[in-house]
Design a protein around this ligand. Sequence first.
Ligand SMILES: [Zn+2]
Length: 103
Amino acid sequence: MSGDKPLGSCRWGTGAVPCRAHVFWLKHERTGKTAPIDVEPTDRGNIEVNLEAGTYRIVPEPERAERRGSDSLFMNHWVTCPAAQSAYGARPSRQRAASAHDG
Ligand SMILES: [Zn+2]
């Protein structure tokens, strides 16, 4: 048993608001798209992580309610990251910035 976890740190650290938060870099179980997930569980979260597989999935609403208080829900760091919000959060449009690659 290795104790390896997909632990990394936030990449949005080069802007006006540096962020070096620890995150899990995990792949969506279906799309394979990598996302940073906050390492601290929160009842406000909607993500279940599988650190052994290195994947995450979105927990649907009814299941979410059952899991509250169990420390098994996590948030996408995209939502909480101050650096990401300073870069994209002020935009009024609802377009996804998922494909934006800057520099
Ligand atoms: Zn961050």
